[in-house]
Design a protein around this ligand. Structure first.
Ligand code: PEP
Ligand code: MN
Length: 288
């Protein structure tokens, strides 16, 4: 096996900046903050989320339409119907969209509804999916597997780079441990280490790490202080009624307050919270 991987930072190599959409990057000075529900439920939900998050200065929307649920009897996502909701929300809000694909069969149908493909924890080592996403022409947000080492995460990312896709964002989302007081254990040490080992941007998902909404804001600020390039956070117009991951969803008001609280932390580590560049965002995807 090669010692030096494409994902590794060579001496003096600057951070990779992943272009998400006109005016929106991940890995530059401005933090890349993604917000939205665990699952797309209906248009009314996503329209509320889109307008609230846009005015809060959030950079991109999230929402799953193919949901990797532990039980086959749980809500599996709206599929194609959810993709139509994402397309409309993207146009209405002007914000780029991140959504998860679980199989290479879903890539083509999801492509016109999103700007970033998310690979979830359970698929971090789905190497066939990674190989197809390497040629799919969009940035990939790659989440760390539930029990994956930092080296395994980097090797999974290497599949994307080796296949020709350098637009990769790594995401620490908590790992399994003996302590179940939180849903997973947020590994901020891995964030600091990854920022040294790789030139790729690293973001943090405090929602799936904590599993409890009351921990999300503090963990978000801690992640930015540790050097994360951004955050992906679950929020919902009526958090308790979320069809999935209700316990960790924060409200849209909490999301706005969280965004406002990130500014001083970002400034302390030489970063900034991106502001909405209205006209650019509105011009996004004019033909979609
Ligand atoms: C999600 O983002 O909703 C999700 C399922 O995340 P993870 O793959 O980190 O569990
Ligand atoms: Mn979720």
């Amino acid at each position: 096996m090669r010692n030096q991987l494409e994902v590794h930072r060579r001496d003096g190599q600057p951070d990779t900046v992943v272009s998400i959409a006109p005016g929106t990057n991940c890995g530059g000075k401005a933090l890349f903050v993604v917000g939205g529900p665990c699952a797309v439920e209906d248009q009314e939900q996503m329209t509320s989320v889109g307008s609230a998050l846009r005015s809060a200065g959030v950079c991109a929307l999230r929402g799953g339409v193919y949901k990797p649920r532990s039980s086959p009897y749980s809500f599996q996502g709206l599929g194609c119907e959810g993709l139509a909701v994402l397309r409309r929300t993207r146009l209405e809000s002007g914000l780029p969209v991140v959504t998860e694909v679980m199989s290479s069969l879903q890539i083509e149908e999801a492509a016109s509804s999103c700007d970033v493909f998310q690979v979830g924890s359970r698929n971090m080592q789905n190497f066939e999916l990674l190989k197809v996403l390497a040629g799919a022409g969009k940035p990939v947000l790659l989440k760390r597997g539930l029990s994956a080492t930092v080296e395994e995460l980097l090797l999974a990312a290497e599949y994307l780079l080796a296949g020709g896709n350098r637009n990769v964002i790594l995401c620490e989302r908590g790992i399994r441990s003996f302590d179940t007081a939180t849903r997973n254990v947020l590994d901020l040490g891995a964030v600091v280490l990854l920022k040294q080992l790789t030139h790729l941007p690293v973001i943090v998902d405090p929602s799936h790490a904590a599993g409890k909404r009351e921990l999300v804001a503090s963990l978000s600020r801690a992640a930015i202080a540790a050097g994360a390039d951004g955050l992906i956070i679950e929020c919902h117009p009526r958090p308790e009624q979320s069809v999935s991951d209700a316990r960790q969803a924060i409200s849209l008001g909490e999301m706005r307050r969280l965004m406002a609280s990130l500014g001083p932390v970002a400034a302390a580590v030489g970063r900034e919270v991106g502001s909405v560049s209205g006209s650019k965002r509105l011009l996004l995807h004019p033909s979609a």
